[in-house]
Design a protein around this ligand. Structure first.
Ligand SMILES: Nc1ncnc2c1ncn2[C@@H]1O[C@H](COP(=O)(O)OP(=O)(O)OP(=O)(O)O)[C@@H](O)[C@H]1O
Ligand SMILES: [Mg+2]
Length: 239
């Protein structure tokens, strides 16, 4: 018995002016899964994420979330339904404190007590944020800001959490730490779509994977199988 499909992308095409960056992709994410979308620079991963979350209009295809088409819906509206993205580059509010950033993540909610409890839960998952609760977000390191961006997204109680290259630009130690927290959040039961150039790490954590190249999905399968596939190893794991 397979789990319920939460997010389903079919025949998705996205263009910038006359140039197609995403040329017809299909994939799905089921409840409780961690799915990794890997691919090198310029493959179209971020463009796909932006189309899913309503920040770029698709040229063709459909996106279903919780069994309904969400094409044409706005990003904020989708957050309130539980489709939440941590964007590439994190996008934390640098001139606000850690706690204020987390409160903004809960903008769609008005259950004051629940919000306070969730802030405590985020602090348990990310103790570093608790130590810095009253500091301005801009004073934290890149890895800490990534944790804050993830914590902020969790404050919206996502049904599917989209992470766009959380390890980008971080030191090796921070990369380890970030993949640890992604795994921790997954173990807490959050369904995750993880976009990464770091194919090896992303596939180690995932249930299933998709490879994207030049705007198309060129390979898919169980993450463990993909990790041992010579073609994947040659193209993405530097072997
Ligand atoms: N705002 C834009 N205007 C025009 N072209 C764009 C724009 N953003 C991205 N592109 C182009 O679309 C293609 C896909 O880019 P995208 O950012 O989706 O790739 P990516 O897989 O996320 O890459 P990376 O791993 O480097 O983040 C690239 O050729 C890129 O140059
Ligand atoms: Mg990208």
């Amino acid at each position: 018995m397979s789990a319920k499909t939460l997010l389903k992308v079919s025949g998705l095409k996205v263009a910038y002016g006359g140039i197609q960056a995403v040329k017809g992709v299909d994939f799905e994410v089921r409840e409780g899964e961690l799915v990794s979308l890997i691919g090198s620079n310029g493959a179209g991963k971020t463009t796909t994420m932006k189309a899913i979350t309503g920040t770029l209009p698709p040229l063709a295809g459909d996106i279903e979330f919780l069994g309904k088409s969400i094409k044409g819906r706005g990003a904020w509206d989708l957050v309130s339904e539980g489709l939440v993205m941590v964007p590439e580059g994190r996008g934390v509010f640098t001139r606000m404190t850690i706690t204020e950033n987390l409160q903004i993540g809960a903008f769609i909610r008005n259950d004051k007590d629940g919000i306070a409890q969730d802030i405590e839960r985020v602090f348990t998952t990310f103790p570093r944020l608790k130590e810095r609760a009253t500091q301005l977000a801009g004073t934290m390191s890149g890895g800490e800001q990534q944790m804050l961006a993830m914590g902020r997204a969790l404050m919206a109680r996502p049904k599917v959490l989209l992470l766009d290259e959380p390890s980008m630009g971080l030191s090796p130690i921070m990369v380890d730490k970030i993949f640890e927290v992604v795994q921790e959040v997954y173990k807490q039961g959050v369904t995750i779509l993880l976009v990464e150039q770091n194919a090896s790490r992303a596939l180690q954590l995932a249930d299933r994977g998709y490879v994207m190249e030049s705007g198309l999905i060129t390979m898919t399968g169980e993450a463990k199988v993909m990790l041992s596939d010579p073609k994947v190893r040659a193209a993405y794991l530097g072997e």
